[in-house]
Design a binder for this molecule. Structure first.
Ligand SMILES: [Zn+2]
Length: 265
């Protein structure tokens, strides 16, 4: 599932390919991917800015229209000219002056929104880990008196935007915090370690993605070689790189969490 680093990489690719280009035509191969509005209305518009808000990709146009996309499990954007041949599962094509952008989605859970009033499709967006507002103090306020497990709090997109199952497990390992602790029980030192760990993990993931990203985009969304970069995620039964204890898996709110019982005890 694409998390913040994957979405950030896609934004970077999109900026290189589509900024300041006019849309020539669109082709919607699977209508339900367009969740709101009419994609035909962007024909003739120029894309002026592409940026990320949590796991949403936001597109500014040179008029009052805005486009948003969420990749969910297996969505991705691909530039057709970068590929040896056209991939399977393409759901939407957007033709620009200099090439064609493809939206590919195997499980079709992702979507594209065209907002005539610019209004975003999300209700409440949490703080982005790369925003200046993402401080220990802010995290401390979010967690204050909360009875839910810290792992679940990290997945709550209305608190922190962009973290998913992989990087929340990894950040808790890096910060030596047990995933089952209640969010409200963390002291300020633990919160500071967690905040720093989240930023470090995401930054390293974005750098590591630079080399393996194409494979990820063309796969079914599984991580592939990127596994080597991870310390605990899907490493159940393997030995902790720090202390040699077996990594364990627990299920929290129907999601698997991986952790070292000793380092995070
Ligand atoms: Zn350990």
């Amino acid at each position: 599932m694409p998390e913040l680093p994957e979405v950030e990489m896609i934004c970077r690719m999109l900026r290189e390919r589509i900024l300041n280009q006019k849309v020539i035509s669109v082709n919607v191969l699977l209508p339900r991917i367009i969740r709101e509005g009419d994609l035909n209305t962007i024909v003739g518009s120029v894309f002026t800015r592409v940026y990320r808000q949590g796991k949403f990709i936001c597109f500014d146009l040179d008029n009052e229209l805005k486009m948003y996309a969420h990749l969910r499990m297996t969505g991705t954007f691909l530039w057709q000219d970068d590929l040896p041949k056209k991939p399977s599962h393409v759901r939407v094509e957007i033709e620009f002056e200099k090439g064609t952008l493809l939206y590919r989605d195997i499980r079709t859970l992702g979507g594209i929104w065209i907002a005539e009033n610019g209004k975003p499709p999300w209700k409440k967006m949490g703080v982005d880990p790369f925003d200046d507002e993402f401080t220990s103090e802010r995290l401390s306020e979010m967690f204050d008196k909360r009875k839910i497990a810290v792992k679940q709090a990290l997945l709550d997109q209305s608190l922190i935007a962009g973290l998913g199952n992989i990087y929340s497990s990894e950040a808790l390992f890096k910060a030596n915090i047990h995933p089952g602790r209640t969010a409200g029980s963390l002291d300020i030192n633990e919160i500071t370690r967690l905040r720093d760990a989240i930023k470090e993990i995401l930054t390293a993931a974005i750098e590591a993605k630079g080399t393996t990203f194409r494979d990820f985009q063309l796969s079914d969304g599984k991580e592939g070689g990127f596994q080597d970069f991870l310390s605990v995620y899907r490493k159940e039964g393997l030995l902790c790189s720090r202390c040699g204890t077996q990594i364990e898996r627990i299920v929290q709110a129907q999601r698997s969490t991986y952790f070292c019982p000793k380092c995070q005890g």
